[in-house]
Design a protein around this ligand. Sequence first.
Ligand SMILES: *Cc1c(COP(=O)(O)O)cnc(C)c1O
Length: 455
Amino acid sequence: MSEQYKYLLDESRVPKAWYNINADMPVPPAPVLHPGTLEPVTPDFLSVLFPMSLIMQEMSPERWIEIPEPVREIYKLWRPTPFFRAHRLERALETPAHIYYKYEGVSPVGSHKPNTAVAQAFYNKDAGTKALTTETGAGQWGSALAMACNFFDLDLEVYMVKVSYGLKPYRRIIMNSFGADVFASPSDRTQYGRSILATDPNNPGSLGIAISEAVEVAATSGGVKKYSLGSVLNHVLLHQTVIGQETIEQFEMAGEYPDVVIACTGGGSNFGGFAFPFLHKNFTDGKKTKVIAAEPFASPTLTKGDYTFDYGDTAQMAPVIKMHTLGHTFIPPSIHAGGLRYHGMSPQVSALVANGDVEARAVHQLATFEGALLFTRAEGIIPAPESAHAVRVAIDEALTCKESGEEKVIAFNLSGHGHFDMASYAEYLQGNLEDFAYPEEEIAAAMKILPDVKM
Ligand SMILES: *Cc1c(COP(=O)(O)O)cnc(C)c1O
């Protein structure tokens, strides 16, 4: 019997609308607050940072939001992305489970991030923005936005966490190749960066600090520059829902429907993009798919963080959001999944976890790399260390089926490839990696300085 390995959709099947889970949230997320007054923000305050079209999407109650044709045209460069049945992994695990994965690593920069970068660049260009500012950790988001700004003829300033700027030059060079300017953060270009360098010239930087710098540059530009964020916010997760919508269609081709869907969570965007269309079916169509968010033990936002109001950045300039948080001053250990180290989490994903619609699961670093290589040796793709967390949880679910004899259908999102992360794989192969304990005291300390919100 010949088996089918991949399910491909024609270009005409690129979705025509994004799915907005705001329309179906069992418990809506709390309002976003102004960092100074701690009162709900007005669109006016947000319009310093974002174009009005994106602010309206952030707050929209509409279930479907049409994708502008110029955005769909660019999506067609790599979308629809392939969907695979992992027959070879199933055989390696000797599991009766059916394992499927959606592969976002075929985008030009190797991850899901261009799905929102292209949309955000489009709406900014449309609103007359001249330049965007943003932060990046290891560089995945910066390279996605650099590509998108290049397509829409926008300038881009990227504040890149200083340790990564030095140690991970290749993604920086990708950004430069698209014409973006990249600065090591903390930098001397902002008041906040200069204040940090004055007391601590060797500060290695963090995502929270880089966000503060990018926000400051946009907020003080007199409207010429706007700020762009690659995860966490509702409109970002919205733009990623093309992933799950395509997957549902590809499952129809395969004649199956998943019992379990899994994605990794840093700020929640590839998770939301993959899982929200399945949650839509759970909420409105009587489906009972189990939805799992996979995160690292060393940066355990959903499994160990409080669900409470916190600042989005270190300098307390960004809006205050009710979310699972490790505290805005928490700097996670430098694990080998840079994209999963943010202190906070999407307010939508947080609300769904708090309400029991989504299960959160933490995995250790060594088990994650072990799972990633098992996957690589069976399927041939080297996962991004971030995506490897989803791979690990999928393998664990399949091994549970092996014990119980259940023939469950398991699907996960492979959010990117790991070709720029080979230094991390080298460390693992050489036996230099260890599991980081969950940094309980540090999180407890960071939780003591949350904003004092009376809600
Ligand atoms: C950035 C990144 C992530 C984490 O970000 P989310 O917003 O949680 O999706 C995961 N996987 C890859 C490949 C990334 O580049």
